[in-house]
Design a protein around this ligand. Structure first.
Ligand SMILES: Nc1ncnc2c1ncn2[C@@H]1O[C@H](COP(=O)(O)OP(=O)(O)OP(=O)(O)O)[C@@H](O)[C@H]1O
Ligand SMILES: [Mg+2]
Length: 259
Protein backbone atom coordinates (compact mmCIF):
# COMPACT_ATOMS: atom_id res chain seq x y z
CA UNK A 1 0.00 0.00 0.00
CA UNK A 2 1.39 3.38 -1.00
CA UNK A 3 -0.18 6.44 0.62
CA UNK A 4 0.12 9.51 -1.56
CA UNK A 5 -1.03 12.93 -0.36
CA UNK A 6 -2.01 15.60 -2.87
CA UNK A 7 -1.08 19.01 -1.48
CA UNK A 8 -0.45 22.57 -2.60
CA UNK A 9 0.91 25.83 -1.32
CA UNK A 10 -2.22 27.69 -2.34
CA UNK A 11 -5.86 26.93 -3.05
CA UNK A 12 -7.62 26.27 -6.32
CA UNK A 13 -4.61 24.90 -8.19
CA UNK A 14 -6.14 21.51 -9.05
CA UNK A 15 -5.54 19.19 -6.06
CA UNK A 16 -9.01 17.65 -6.15
CA UNK A 17 -8.86 17.39 -9.93
CA UNK A 18 -5.55 15.54 -9.73
CA UNK A 19 -6.57 13.39 -6.74
CA UNK A 20 -9.79 12.20 -8.38
CA UNK A 21 -8.40 11.68 -11.88
CA UNK A 22 -5.18 10.06 -10.73
CA UNK A 23 -7.23 7.67 -8.57
CA UNK A 24 -9.47 6.88 -11.52
CA UNK A 25 -6.54 6.44 -13.88
CA UNK A 26 -4.73 4.06 -11.49
CA UNK A 27 -7.93 2.02 -11.11
CA UNK A 28 -8.38 2.08 -14.88
CA UNK A 29 -4.91 0.53 -15.16
CA UNK A 30 -5.95 -2.28 -12.82
CA UNK A 31 -4.80 -1.06 -9.39
CA UNK A 32 -6.99 -1.16 -6.24
CA UNK A 33 -7.33 2.47 -5.24
CA UNK A 34 -8.82 4.20 -2.24
CA UNK A 35 -9.50 7.91 -2.70
CA UNK A 36 -9.79 9.65 0.66
CA UNK A 37 -11.26 13.13 0.61
CA UNK A 38 -9.67 14.91 3.55
CA UNK A 39 -11.04 18.31 2.54
CA UNK A 40 -14.54 19.19 3.79
CA UNK A 41 -15.14 21.07 0.53
CA UNK A 42 -15.55 17.58 -0.95
CA UNK A 43 -13.98 18.41 -4.32
CA UNK A 44 -12.79 14.94 -5.18
CA UNK A 45 -15.89 13.26 -3.67
CA UNK A 46 -17.89 15.33 -6.11
CA UNK A 47 -15.50 14.80 -9.04
CA UNK A 48 -15.92 11.01 -8.99
CA UNK A 49 -19.70 11.37 -8.64
CA UNK A 50 -19.81 9.86 -5.16
CA UNK A 51 -22.37 12.30 -3.71
CA UNK A 52 -22.24 13.80 -0.22
CA UNK A 53 -21.82 10.96 2.30
CA UNK A 54 -24.10 10.58 5.31
CA UNK A 55 -22.71 12.28 8.40
CA UNK A 56 -21.36 9.12 10.03
CA UNK A 57 -19.68 8.03 6.78
CA UNK A 58 -17.74 11.26 6.22
CA UNK A 59 -13.97 10.81 6.47
CA UNK A 60 -13.47 12.74 9.70
CA UNK A 61 -16.49 11.17 11.44
CA UNK A 62 -15.12 7.76 10.59
CA UNK A 63 -11.64 8.62 11.86
CA UNK A 64 -13.16 9.79 15.14
CA UNK A 65 -15.33 6.71 15.56
CA UNK A 66 -12.37 4.34 15.43
CA UNK A 67 -14.44 1.76 13.52
CA UNK A 68 -13.14 0.10 10.38
CA UNK A 69 -13.32 2.59 7.48
CA UNK A 70 -16.45 2.12 5.40
CA UNK A 71 -15.64 2.80 1.76
CA UNK A 72 -17.94 3.46 -1.16
CA UNK A 73 -17.35 1.68 -4.45
CA UNK A 74 -17.68 3.77 -7.56
CA UNK A 75 -19.80 1.46 -9.67
CA UNK A 76 -18.62 2.68 -13.03
CA UNK A 77 -14.96 2.19 -12.13
CA UNK A 78 -13.99 -1.24 -10.80
CA UNK A 79 -11.04 -0.90 -8.46
CA UNK A 80 -11.94 2.56 -7.19
CA UNK A 81 -13.31 3.15 -3.69
CA UNK A 82 -13.91 6.44 -1.93
CA UNK A 83 -14.18 7.76 1.58
CA UNK A 84 -16.00 11.01 0.96
CA UNK A 85 -16.17 14.36 2.71
CA UNK A 86 -19.07 16.58 3.67
CA UNK A 87 -19.01 20.32 4.32
CA UNK A 88 -17.85 20.84 7.90
CA UNK A 89 -14.96 23.27 8.14
CA UNK A 90 -14.64 22.64 11.90
CA UNK A 91 -13.32 19.18 11.11
CA UNK A 92 -10.14 20.79 9.75
CA UNK A 93 -9.21 21.54 13.37
CA UNK A 94 -9.30 17.89 14.42
CA UNK A 95 -5.99 16.51 15.53
CA UNK A 96 -4.98 12.88 15.33
CA UNK A 97 -1.83 11.28 16.68
CA UNK A 98 0.79 10.15 14.18
CA UNK A 99 -0.10 6.71 12.85
CA UNK A 100 -3.85 7.00 13.55
CA UNK A 101 -4.87 7.38 9.92
CA UNK A 102 -2.34 4.83 8.70
CA UNK A 103 -3.65 2.27 11.22
CA UNK A 104 -7.17 2.83 9.86
CA UNK A 105 -6.02 2.45 6.28
CA UNK A 106 -4.12 -0.74 7.04
CA UNK A 107 -7.36 -2.37 8.20
CA UNK A 108 -9.20 -1.69 4.94
CA UNK A 109 -9.98 -4.83 2.95
CA UNK A 110 -9.17 -5.60 0.24
CA UNK A 111 -5.92 -3.76 0.91
CA UNK A 112 -5.62 -0.90 -1.59
CA UNK A 113 -2.50 -0.67 -3.74
CA UNK A 114 -2.71 3.11 -3.58
CA UNK A 115 -4.39 5.48 -1.14
CA UNK A 116 -4.77 8.96 -2.58
CA UNK A 117 -5.40 11.69 0.01
CA UNK A 118 -7.01 14.88 -1.29
CA UNK A 119 -6.00 17.60 1.17
CA UNK A 120 -7.44 20.99 2.08
CA UNK A 121 -5.59 24.06 0.78
CA UNK A 122 -4.17 25.16 4.14
CA UNK A 123 -1.94 23.47 6.68
CA UNK A 124 -4.68 22.95 9.27
CA UNK A 125 -4.24 20.21 11.93
CA UNK A 126 -6.21 17.63 9.88
CA UNK A 127 -4.04 18.29 6.82
CA UNK A 128 -0.85 17.97 8.87
CA UNK A 129 -2.09 14.71 10.42
CA UNK A 130 -2.71 13.31 6.93
CA UNK A 131 0.68 14.50 5.67
CA UNK A 132 2.34 12.90 8.68
CA UNK A 133 0.99 9.46 7.74
CA UNK A 134 1.64 9.68 3.99
CA UNK A 135 4.50 7.86 2.24
CA UNK A 136 4.84 10.65 -0.29
CA UNK A 137 3.39 13.96 -1.33
CA UNK A 138 2.57 15.20 -4.78
CA UNK A 139 2.56 18.99 -4.76
CA UNK A 140 0.31 20.56 -7.37
CA UNK A 141 1.30 23.99 -8.61
CA UNK A 142 0.30 26.44 -11.29
CA UNK A 143 2.93 28.58 -13.02
CA UNK A 144 1.83 31.90 -11.58
CA UNK A 145 3.88 34.60 -9.88
CA UNK A 146 2.72 33.61 -6.37
CA UNK A 147 3.99 30.08 -6.80
CA UNK A 148 7.61 31.04 -6.37
CA UNK A 149 6.81 32.85 -3.13
CA UNK A 150 4.69 30.11 -1.55
CA UNK A 151 6.39 26.91 -2.71
CA UNK A 152 9.60 27.08 -0.60
CA UNK A 153 7.55 27.60 2.56
CA UNK A 154 5.33 24.64 1.76
CA UNK A 155 8.31 22.40 1.08
CA UNK A 156 9.82 23.45 4.40
CA UNK A 157 6.53 22.70 6.18
CA UNK A 158 6.34 19.32 4.48
CA UNK A 159 9.82 18.37 5.66
CA UNK A 160 8.78 19.34 9.17
CA UNK A 161 5.31 17.71 9.12
CA UNK A 162 6.36 14.48 7.47
CA UNK A 163 10.08 13.88 7.81
CA UNK A 164 9.61 10.23 6.75
CA UNK A 165 7.66 10.98 3.60
CA UNK A 166 9.24 11.85 0.30
CA UNK A 167 8.17 14.57 -2.09
CA UNK A 168 6.80 12.44 -4.91
CA UNK A 169 7.04 15.40 -7.23
CA UNK A 170 5.95 18.88 -8.14
CA UNK A 171 3.10 18.46 -10.58
CA UNK A 172 2.68 21.43 -12.89
CA UNK A 173 -0.93 22.19 -13.78
CA UNK A 174 -1.11 24.73 -16.59
CA UNK A 175 -4.44 26.03 -15.28
CA UNK A 176 -4.60 29.76 -15.99
CA UNK A 177 -1.02 29.87 -17.25
CA UNK A 178 -0.57 32.85 -19.52
CA UNK A 179 2.29 34.11 -21.64
CA UNK A 180 5.64 35.26 -20.40
CA UNK A 181 4.97 35.11 -16.66
CA UNK A 182 4.11 31.43 -16.82
CA UNK A 183 7.25 30.72 -18.85
CA UNK A 184 9.44 32.64 -16.40
CA UNK A 185 7.92 30.84 -13.41
CA UNK A 186 8.31 27.45 -15.08
CA UNK A 187 11.96 28.15 -15.89
CA UNK A 188 12.58 29.18 -12.30
CA UNK A 189 10.80 26.09 -10.90
CA UNK A 190 12.93 23.87 -13.13
CA UNK A 191 16.14 25.70 -12.14
CA UNK A 192 15.43 25.58 -8.41
CA UNK A 193 13.57 22.30 -8.00
CA UNK A 194 14.42 20.43 -11.22
CA UNK A 195 14.88 16.99 -9.66
CA UNK A 196 11.50 17.15 -8.01
CA UNK A 197 9.45 18.22 -11.02
CA UNK A 198 7.04 15.39 -11.88
CA UNK A 199 7.68 14.15 -15.42
CA UNK A 200 4.06 14.61 -16.53
CA UNK A 201 2.40 18.04 -16.75
CA UNK A 202 -1.34 18.66 -16.83
CA UNK A 203 -2.51 20.90 -19.69
CA UNK A 204 -5.35 23.37 -19.23
CA UNK A 205 -8.44 21.71 -20.67
CA UNK A 206 -11.96 23.04 -20.28
CA UNK A 207 -13.33 19.47 -20.43
CA UNK A 208 -12.03 19.07 -16.87
CA UNK A 209 -14.41 21.71 -15.53
CA UNK A 210 -17.39 20.30 -17.40
CA UNK A 211 -16.60 16.77 -16.22
CA UNK A 212 -16.29 17.94 -12.60
CA UNK A 213 -19.70 19.62 -12.76
CA UNK A 214 -21.22 16.44 -14.16
CA UNK A 215 -19.47 14.24 -11.58
CA UNK A 216 -17.40 12.09 -13.88
CA UNK A 217 -13.78 11.88 -14.94
CA UNK A 218 -12.54 13.28 -18.23
CA UNK A 219 -11.53 9.95 -19.73
CA UNK A 220 -15.21 8.89 -19.50
CA UNK A 221 -15.93 11.25 -22.38
CA UNK A 222 -12.79 11.20 -24.40
CA UNK A 223 -9.83 9.12 -23.40
CA UNK A 224 -7.65 10.65 -26.11
CA UNK A 225 -7.99 14.30 -25.00
CA UNK A 226 -4.76 15.96 -23.83
CA UNK A 227 -5.83 15.96 -20.18
CA UNK A 228 -7.03 12.33 -20.31
CA UNK A 229 -3.69 11.27 -21.72
CA UNK A 230 -1.85 13.27 -19.05
CA UNK A 231 -3.77 11.58 -16.22
CA UNK A 232 -3.17 8.13 -17.68
CA UNK A 233 0.55 8.92 -18.04
CA UNK A 234 0.67 10.09 -14.41
CA UNK A 235 -0.76 6.72 -13.40
CA UNK A 236 1.84 4.94 -15.56
CA UNK A 237 4.61 6.89 -13.84
CA UNK A 238 3.39 5.85 -10.38
CA UNK A 239 2.96 2.24 -11.46
CA UNK A 240 6.56 2.24 -12.68
CA UNK A 241 7.73 3.70 -9.36
CA UNK A 242 5.61 1.29 -7.31
CA UNK A 243 5.34 -1.81 -9.51
CA UNK A 244 3.42 -4.99 -8.90
CA UNK A 245 -0.08 -3.58 -8.86
CA UNK A 246 -1.12 -3.27 -12.48
CA UNK A 247 0.21 -3.06 -16.00
CA UNK A 248 1.30 0.45 -16.94
CA UNK A 249 1.20 -0.53 -20.60
CA UNK A 250 -2.44 -1.55 -20.39
CA UNK A 251 -3.90 -0.17 -23.63
CA UNK A 252 -6.56 2.50 -23.33
CA UNK A 253 -9.63 0.41 -24.07
CA UNK A 254 -13.14 1.44 -25.03
CA UNK A 255 -15.88 2.81 -22.79
CA UNK A 256 -17.44 -0.64 -22.38
CA UNK A 257 -14.41 -1.68 -20.29
CA UNK A 258 -15.48 0.79 -17.58
CA UNK A 259 -19.20 0.02 -17.53
N1 LIG B 1 -5.89 21.64 -16.07
C1 LIG B 1 -7.08 22.22 -15.86
N2 LIG B 1 -7.78 22.72 -16.91
C2 LIG B 1 -8.98 23.29 -16.72
N3 LIG B 1 -9.59 23.42 -15.53
C3 LIG B 1 -8.94 22.94 -14.45
C4 LIG B 1 -7.66 22.31 -14.56
N4 LIG B 1 -7.27 21.93 -13.32
C5 LIG B 1 -8.25 22.30 -12.48
N5 LIG B 1 -9.26 22.91 -13.15
C6 LIG B 1 -10.47 23.52 -12.59
O1 LIG B 1 -10.03 24.49 -11.63
C7 LIG B 1 -10.92 24.53 -10.53
C8 LIG B 1 -10.13 24.28 -9.25
O2 LIG B 1 -9.65 22.92 -9.29
P1 LIG B 1 -9.67 22.02 -7.98
O3 LIG B 1 -10.98 22.10 -7.28
O4 LIG B 1 -9.17 20.69 -8.38
O5 LIG B 1 -8.57 22.79 -7.14
P2 LIG B 1 -8.14 22.53 -5.62
O6 LIG B 1 -6.68 22.78 -5.53
O7 LIG B 1 -8.62 21.21 -5.18
O8 LIG B 1 -8.96 23.67 -4.90
P3 LIG B 1 -9.06 23.84 -3.29
O9 LIG B 1 -7.74 24.39 -2.84
O10 LIG B 1 -10.17 24.83 -3.11
O11 LIG B 1 -9.34 22.49 -2.70
C9 LIG B 1 -12.01 23.48 -10.81
O12 LIG B 1 -13.11 24.13 -11.39
C10 LIG B 1 -11.35 22.55 -11.82
O13 LIG B 1 -12.31 21.94 -12.68
MG1 LIG C 1 -9.79 20.66 -3.52
Amino acid sequence: MHILAIASAKGGVGKSTVASHLSGALAFKGAEVLLVDADPQGGSTCAVGAGVPQEHLAFTAQLLSGAQLATQRIGSMPGLRVVGARPDVDSLQLTFPQGHLRAHLERVTPVPDFVILDLAPSLEPLTLACLGDADGTLVVLTPTALTLRTLPTLLQELRHACPHASVEGLLINHLGAVGGTAKLVLRSVHERFGDWVFPVELPEDECIQRAMLEGHLVFWEDETSPSSRAFLRMADELLIRYPGHADPDEPISGVEARE
